[in-house]
Design a protein around this ligand. Structure first.
Ligand code: ZN
Length: 142
């Protein structure tokens, strides 16, 4: 379960709409709770480093951006919980590319952006054997 306050839900939607027709991406910072659920406490937008022509269906986070996110998390007393990105004119489900580039443990939030307007927002977790993405429940505050 991932706890996503309305504020962060709105931030991810706004990022997705601003990046449209390209994909936005960023890092979820927060706290791991004792029951294994996580709470998002901050959002760190990252520049999509994919070549321009690919950005409509791909995103890429460079190692140096990831390192910066890790440092930022530590300085705020938080952990990197996962990542978010948008799917312009595509359902909010992980693509094969997403699955190939994902790691277990992290939460992957996807927001669908249809014709420039944010639609469904989902969260996914890769199984430890990396064979499938399972949808993760979002505790929302909307
Ligand atoms: Zn994707």
């Amino acid at each position: 379960m991932i706890d996503l306050k309305a504020e962060w839900d709105a931030t991810i939607r706004r990022e997705g709409e601003n990046a449209y027709p390209n994909e936005c991406c960023g890092v979820l910072l927060g706290t791991l709770l004792e029951d294994d659920s996580r709470r998002v406490e901050n959002i760190l937008p990252i520049d999509n480093k994919r070549e321009e022509a690919e950005q409509y269906h791909r995103f890429e986070i460079q190692p140096e951006d990831y390192m910066r996110a890790e440092k930022e998390a530590r300085s705020q007393g938080l952990d990197v919980l996962g990542f978010y990105h948008s799917h312009p004119d595509h359902p909010a489900r992980p693509s094969g590319f997403d699955q190939d580039h994902a790691l277990p443990f992290y939460s992957y939030i996807i927001v669908a952006v249809e014709k420039g307007k944010s639609a469904s927002l989902t969260s996914w977790e890769l199984t430890t054997d990396r064979t499938q993405f399972l949808e993760e429940e979002i505790k929302s505050w909307r």
